[in-house]
Every structure is written in structure tokens, then in C-alpha cells.
Design a protein around this ligand. Structure first.
Ligand code: TYD
Length: 206
């Protein structure tokens, strides 16, 4: 695989999309071709799935939820991410399979290994070269979200304990695979965070 694959992870409200954008702009200024994308909803089909996942009224059973995220991911990888990597592009995605392991695995209390295996099946084992975790405690993240004034979606309406479990799972995943993960304190200044991420990405550039 020719291109570099980078994912951003963290609980809702930690500033992932801002940092994904910043990194994308920096890499573009270095002459890299960048695909900046997201999950759920990185494709047309994915947008439809995203709509169900985030805005459906009423229950979605935990396993159905896990399968819908995996379906979104399978289509995203097959039609956008893998072709871009094969063409030598740098792919930056706001969320990827670790979101499922953390949210469906820990948040919904499904078996984290099963959720991971489901996603690995979906993506034919494609893992990022680097995963950036923007780490913040659940209460601080909730406070940030409340300041945006936007209506919380289906997942964001979960309780504090849900996000605490998700955060703990992320930290465990990062500790288990330190070569793939970079953990950054999301309380730092936006520019400082961007710089820490660039420093790590620089080590991966050829
Ligand atoms: P996101 O697009 O980051 O939310 P927003 O656009 O509102 O910032 O993600 C939507 C929600 O989906 C988020 O609460 C996390 C959740 N999610 C999962 O539970 N599992 C997954 O596999 C993914 C990709 C996201």
C-alpha cells in the first residue's frame, strides 16, 4: 500500500475534526495529496446509514448498531479509502474502527474483541499507520459540547458513564498498541496539539 493512513479518535467534543482539518492542510502544503474523510458517512451509502445511526427515533439494538457502523466502514474502505491509498494519497479519517471498539465494545458492553473482528472483516484487515487519540475526560467533553448549542444526536444523548467507559477503552487500546497510537491531551491549546501531531506524522513521511 503506497499511501499513509491516519485516523483520529476520541469521545464526542474533543476537537477531532479541527485537528484532522489542520493536519490535512499542513500535509497539503507539503505537497501531499490528501483525502480527508469521516465515519460514519464518508460515502453516499454511508450518509444514509449515518442518518439511521444518529437520527433514528426509537431503539437500535446494540448488535444492529455495531453492524450498521461496520457496514458504513466496509463501503467507505472499499470505495474511497483503499483506492486513495493505492493511488499514493494520504488518507485522514475522522473516526475509524477503534470508534466501534470503544463505543460499541465498551459503551454498549458488547465483547470488544468481537466488535474489532467484525470491523476487521468489514475492512479486510486494513489498519491505520497512525491513530491519534485526543484524550479528554467525559465531563469536560460534555461541557464543550453543551457550549456548541447544537442538538445532541442519538449517541450524544448517552450518559456521562457511557462516555467514561468509551474513554477508558480508548486509553486501553492506545496502551496496547503504542506504535500505532499517539495520545494527546485535548486540554492543550489547539496549535500546540496540531504541532504534536505534525511532529509524529513527520516521522512517518518519506
Ligand atoms: P461523529 O461524526 O464524530 O459525530 P459528530 O459529527 O456529531 O461530531 O460520530 C457520530 C457518533 O457515532 C459519535 O457519537 C460516535 C459514534 N460512533 C460509534 O458509536 N461507532 C463508530 O464506529 C463510529 C464511527 C462512530
Amino acid at each position: 500500500m503506497a499511501g499513509l493512513f491516519i485516523s483520529f479518535e476520541g469521545i464526542d467534543g474533543v476537537g477531532k475534526s479541527t485537528q484532522a482539518d489542520r493536519l490535512g492542510e499542513w500535509l497539503t502544503s507539503k505537497g501531499k495529496e490528501v483525502l480527508r474523510t469521516l465515519e460514519p458517512g464518508g460515502t453516499d451509502l454511508g450518509q444514509e446509514i449515518r442518518n439511521i445511526l444518529l437520527h433514528r427515533k426509537g431503539d437500535v439494538a446494540p448488535r444492529a448498531e455495531a453492524l450498521l457502523y461496520a457496514a458504513d466502514r466496509a463501503h467507505h474502505v472499499a470505495t474511497k479509502i483503499r483506492p486513495a491509498l493505492n493511488a499514493g494519497k494520504t488518507v485522514i479519517t475522522d473516526r475509524y474502527l477503534d470508534s466501534s471498539v470503544a463505543y460499541q465494545g465498551a459503551g454498549r458492553a458488547l465483547d470488544a474483541n468481537l466488535v474489532r473482528d467484525l470491523s476487521l472483516f468489514a475492512v479486510e484487515n486494513l489498519l491505520p499507520n497512525l491513530t491519534v487519540l485526543l484524550d479528554l475526560d467525559a465531563a469536560a467533553a460534555l461541557e464543550r459540547r453543551s457550549k456548541t448549542g447544537t442538538e445532541p444526536d442519538r449517541l450524544e444523548r448517552e450518559k456521562l458513564e457511557f462516555f467514561e467507559a468509551v474513554r477508558d477503552q480508548y486509553l486501553k487500546l492506545a496502551a496496547a498498541e503504542p506504535n500505532r497510537w499517539l495520545v494527546v491531551d485535548a486540554r492543550l491549546d489547539v496549535d500546540e496539539i496540531a504541532q504534536i501531531i505534525r511532529d509524529r506524522v513527520s516521522t512517518l513521511l518519506v
